[in-house]
Design a binder for this molecule. Structure first.
Ligand SMILES: *[C@@H]1O[C@H](CO)[C@@H](O)[C@H](O)[C@H]1NC(C)=O
Ligand SMILES: *[C@@H]1O[C@H](CO)[C@@H](O)[C@H](O)[C@H]1NC(C)=O
Ligand SMILES: *[C@@H]1O[C@H](CO)[C@@H](O)[C@H](O)[C@H]1NC(C)=O
Ligand SMILES: *[C@@H]1O[C@H](CO)[C@@H](O)[C@H](O)[C@H]1NC(C)=O
Length: 447
């Protein structure tokens, strides 16, 4: 049943109406841009010793000492019977307000004191935000002592181990974020540099046994040739493998909630990333990011996710199969969201959203409202999204909240902050409703 087809006219109206939200969304995701701080956030930031402006560039440092490798690849586990969403992901950050010092110390107290609830919440994938592209290309530019010799912030290896120990199927490292767009431009500037960068990213993925998430948020004119060269070089080192997976073989990309933000990238993904021939497939899936300032309205989510699933005529954006799409919701923001703390979340448990995430049809004839139909053979496409993701868990920034149980504190490098909200009830209710498997047999997913 085609409940949510939109006319072109209403799409244009929505596009115009939504523009300010996208702008706010960008600022939110790169919260360093926020200037109007609430008193509480400002006080917390003062307590944390965070400065609003970037600290002066520190001189290059001698390479930090050797790092310890991650555990061996996880074996494929038993899969769910039948279809249904498989991924329930949470983005995790550390000093989100201040990327210059985020993940800048080793030690995982902040996760132990706060995030051990995640393992009981049905979350099976986490993504740590963010790696800085230029620090991967040349780790010697890292501020003194804050990176490994591979350009990974020194707080991340401990967090990777911690979340693997909590039973996550996959840990991703997300590269970029809206604040680092210009640094993505630098590493994609020509194919030689993009190839060098890809080789270094692949080395990180293999060393730490993590997946890689591309968060390159140039909306209007992304360097798609550079991006393609990066992805193809990565795949020449670590192939897509639909019969045996290792964490490093997972390569994903973030794009807009709909196609109006990052439309050219969405179109590139639709046309190149999910080839019907696995040997030519580039990405494992794409994440539709959150938009707006802490809103997750059911009708907005469905209308915008449909711009990926059905394609979007206004921008000539092609459709992708819903089994390659993970849709994101706010779990925190200026306040802890219902989808986080409320066991009866009016968003994630809304019958329309449950039906959409579980059952949305791929663009196969005779579906109505598609800009194009997906390539044959059509039997490869399953109904429903691959899953959902929460932006975001962790701490903390101006006008952001700590998604930690209220009776706990989150310790950030020696300073303790109270948890603002326990997401376990909301996340568990979603897990039960969507039947998210604890362990995912990625191989069983039919494309
Ligand atoms: C790491 O971040 C903390 C908290 O913001 C800060 O006090 C400290 O100076 C930073 N350390 C380095 C090496 O940048
Ligand atoms: C850069 O790489 C892309 C993707 O591999 C390719 O299509 C393009 O022709 C390359 N450009 C140059 C100038 O070699
Ligand atoms: C997938 O991995 C298996 C096990 O390592 C290997 O035998 C197979 O050749 C790989 N397939 C591809 C396409 O790389
Ligand atoms: C999540 O749902 C799955 C499938 O229904 C169930 O096996 C698992 O116990 C649930 N996890 C939690 C933490 O509730």
């Amino acid at each position: 049943m085609q409940l949510y087809s939109m006319t072109t006219k209403s799409m244009i109206r929505n596009a115009l109406f939504l523009l300010p939200f996208f702008t706010v969304g960008r600022a939110q995701k790169g919260a360093v841009r926020d200037t109007s701080l609430g008193a509480t956030a400002a006080r917390k930031r003062m307590l944390a010793g965070q400065s609003k402006t970037s600290p002066p560039t520190k001189p290059p440092t001698s390479p930090p000492g050797p790092t310890t490798p991650g555990p061996s690849p996880l074996p494929p586990g038993p899969g769910p019977s039948g279809g249904g969403p498989k991924v329930a992901m949470a983005w995790i950050s550390d000093q989100f307000a201040n990327f210059d010092v985020a993940w800048n110390m080793s030690g995982v107290n902040q996760f132990k004191s706060c995030h051990n609830w995640l393992k009981n919440s049905g979350i099976n994938v986490v993504s740590l935000a963010f790696l800085k592209p230029t620090e991967i290309l040349d780790p010697s530019i890292c501020a003194s002592g804050i990176c490994t010799d591979k350009g990974v912030r020194i707080g991340m290896p401990g967090a990777i181990e911690y979340f693997k120990g909590e039973g996550m199927n996959l840990v991703f490292l997300s590269i970029g974020g809206v604040s680092y767009t210009s640094f993505w431009e630098e590493v994609l500037v020509n194919n030689a540099t993009a190839g060098d960068f890809a080789t270094k990213v692949a080395a990180i993925a293999q060393f730490y046994q993590v997946g890689i998430e591309i968060d390159y948020e140039e909306s209007a004119s992304p360097n798609l040739a550079g991006l393609e060269h990066f992805v193809k070089t990565y795949r020449s080192i670590i192939p897509y493998n639909d019969t045996y997976w290792t964490p490093a073989s997972f390569l994903t990309l973030d794009f807009g909630q709909g196609a109006q933000f990052m439309g050219p990238t969405a179109n590139w993904v639709a046309k190149n990333a999910f080839n019907t021939d696995p040997a030519k497939r580039l990405l494992n899936w794409a994440n539709a990011m959150v938009a707006g300032s802490s809103e997750s309205r059911v009708t907005d989510l469905i209308n915008r996710w449909n711009q990926h699933v059905n394609g979007y005529s206004t921008l000539q954006t092609h459709p992708i199969a819903p089994a390659y799409l993970v849709g994101s919701l706010w779990s925190s923001g200026r306040s802890v969201q219902d989808s986080c703390v409320n066991p009866n979340s009016p968003t994630l448990l809304d019958v329309r959203l449950v039906d959409y995430i579980k059952n949305v049809k791929p663009c196969v004839a005779p579906k109505v409202g598609c800009k194009a139909y997906l390539p044959a053979p059509t039997t490869q496409y399953t109904d429903g999204l691959l899953g959902y993701a929460f932006w975001m868990c962790g701490n903390i920034g101006p006008r952001q909240v700590n998604t930690c149980p209220i009776d706990t504190t989150i310790e950030i490098y020696g300073t303790s902050y109270p948890g603002n909200g326990d997401c376990t009830p909301g996340f568990r209710a979603a897990n039960a409703t969507y039947n998210i498997p604890r362990t995912v047999n990625w191989d069983s997913r039919k494309y």
